[in-house]
Design a protein around this ligand. Sequence first.
Ligand SMILES: Cc1cc2nc3c(=O)[nH]c(=O)nc-3n(C[C@H](O)[C@H](O)[C@H](O)COP(=O)(O)OP(=O)(O)OC[C@H]3O[C@@H](n4cnc5c(N)ncnc54)[C@H](O)[C@@H]3O)c2cc1C
Length: 284
Amino acid sequence: MVPQKFEYAAPDSLKSVLQLLDAGAKPLAGGMSLIPMMKLRLAAPEQLVDLQKVKELSYIRESGNAIHIGAMTTHYEVETFPVLLRKCPLLAETAAEIGDLQVRNRGTIGGSVAHADPSADYPAALQALEAKLVLIGAQKERTVSAAEFFVDAFTTVLEPGEIVREVIVPAEELGTGTRYEKVVQPASGFAIVGVAVRVRRSAGKISFVRVGITGLSNHSYRATSAEATLAGTTGAAADVQNAAALVAEGIDANSDLHASANYRKHLASVHAARAITTAISRAS
Ligand SMILES: Cc1cc2nc3c(=O)[nH]c(=O)nc-3n(C[C@H](O)[C@H](O)[C@H](O)COP(=O)(O)OP(=O)(O)OC[C@H]3O[C@@H](n4cnc5c(N)ncnc54)[C@H](O)[C@@H]3O)c2cc1C
């Protein structure tokens, strides 16, 4: 449980961070995933660049109809920040489901998305929110959608020398109902399955619906067949069941000692129905 020797730097400017990354350093955020991996020798970076002192990466700002969240914002800050609680409650509710208080106090949104654990919570919400991620390296900055960002288990579109700079989520329109439902793996707290839902109603019909899924397969995704089935209905119990039955359609579900592939798919449908029902009840 002792990591391999490494160099350590903790600059206080983004510019210095980017120079070190360009020279091959690995970013360290909350250390909640990276440090255990280093202790287990699953990761052995020769140089770490700690992002903790970089104030340019720690903020939550509302701008127009979007909310910008710096990569070093902790899960606890996401869970409790008033603007997010009012205007993006889905993300705050999701953050509140992550691990325990210690993990939420140290772990960051940038570290979590970059790590891309298939059982992490944020990816479901970020898919449902159609979030954007701003990535920055020494040479360029680019913006990608959550759908593009998550590629496979522990794999994203991040290139060497690039970090997540910020996550951009929508400030919800009035009347949007949202819900994150999670089946917890009791030993770790991670999601065996997690379902994030956003719903709006108009003239008694579901006029907008987004469903994001995590934990079921190697990476998060939007359950578009379920969305299409629910859209335009009144959102009655049968409509919800029909839509929820489709959330795992075409998905190659993971199987492990916690849940077989078929059981995971079953859980996804059951919890999608619950999440959709609650989201509809919260939509006004
Ligand atoms: C006991 C325990 C329980 C947990 N339970 C849950 C849970 O229920 N749900 C859940 O979703 N997560 C859970 N986690 C994981 C937690 O959310 C971590 O905070 C998260 O995975 C990593 O964030 P971090 O800031 O600690 O990143 P670090 O561990 O510092 O880094 C993780 C990886 O991301 C890279 N990285 C860090 N920041 C950036 C950046 N800005 N840009 C690019 N790369 C970056 C690092 O180089 C490293 O490869 C748990 C962790 C623990 C220890």
